[in-house]
Design a binder for this molecule. Sequence first.
Ligand code: AMP
Ligand code: GLY
Length: 422
Amino acid sequence: MNLAVIGSGGREHAICYKLKQSPKVKKIICLPGNAGTQKIAENIKEDISNFPAVYKIIKEHNIDIVIVGPEQPLVDGIVNYLNEKKVRVFGPDKFAAQLEGSKAFMKNLCKKNNIPTAKFGIFNNFEDASNFIKKNGVPIVVKADGLAAGKGVSVCSSIEEALKNTKEILDGKFKSSNKVVLEEFLNGDELSYFIVVDESSYYFFGSAQDHKRVGEKDIGPNTGGMGAYSPAPLLTSKLEKKIKKKIIEPTLNAMKNLGHSYKGFLYAGLMIKNNEPYLIEYNIRMGDPECQVLMMRLETDLLEIVDYATKNKLSDLKIKWDKKNCITIVLCAKGYPANYIKDSEIKNLSNIFIDKNNQIFHAGTYKKNDKIYSNGGRVLNITCLSENLIEARNKALAILEKINWLDGFFRKDIGWKVIKKK
Ligand code: AMP
Ligand code: GLY
């Protein structure tokens, strides 16, 4: 089969890597891809928000299935566009993509269906929002309604900060949002829970824990994710039953009843408080960098999963996971998540030994004259699988030492909360 993967991050490199292991894959194209996907797939430079141009490429390459990595094209309706042209796409339609594309949509769906989530208010004028903030006090979480590239959420510890961030959102700081969602602050442990879904069934698709803050011990500004590990020890079978019964199944049923059955990967960002799960957010795609650790642990053929899901036959499949632990450490360009260094050569990559337990997934990289350069905030994902997390982390740190990229930085403490306890 011929496949197209849309996106250019570490997530998409990990998806291409896993797809390439399938004996049924003939060709993979990646739009636009990076220096890592280039080794596996044919990279094609195209603006992925230009759906007619994407469709033209898909036709030219006789693509059987399209896999969409990032949220923006899904929220913009790429699945509807390509389905109308009779192209098979793995992902939710534009309506279902609102689960991530509009926090107000997601929160209202939770309220209507008794799905546990933080108490909240949705506002489009400052006066009502500021009354809510003053009445409820701090800490309070201020969220832009629409997509904001990971920058739309702030946990505020003073009324002044909450009012300032609310005003900025209502004044149009994010083009995607004219509403603000104000939320009760939930104190607990975060857990990423993944499923793969077709119209009639769904399957667990792994658990992970992400590290969103830029600094060690989880301090500093939020990022897209500085590292992750899988599986998450927090997920017991008792907790999983609650997650399915109280969060996942009511959501999938609600979407079905709205006439837009969910399809694709669904990523629930959860807060676990006193052994009870609360939904913080939905992502309508795989996580990045969570996908990198999950693809290393996935034993089942990914093409088969996507093929079956798009034929609505997921229930015929068994999905198997390697029980080992996987960790990924994100190597970032200095300055990230603010302005960061670009076009810096990464010299030592060809000396690194990689195998099925040790991979370097590329994110913001490109290749020029046989050299690899950085062009993003998150640049490489050093991903290692091992019997235990400490060993996996040590292996990743040893690789980072060999790369020795002077314009980069990374967190040495990925997994600190669980590793510390051992
Ligand atoms: P989101 O984009 O909604 O996932 O929010 C980004 C991060 O903000 C989450 O991963 C949490 O760490 C934090 N966060 C969001 N909502 C809440 C909440 N209600 N209580 C505590 N922390 C939150
Ligand atoms: N790592 C967080 C996300 O993909 O949204």
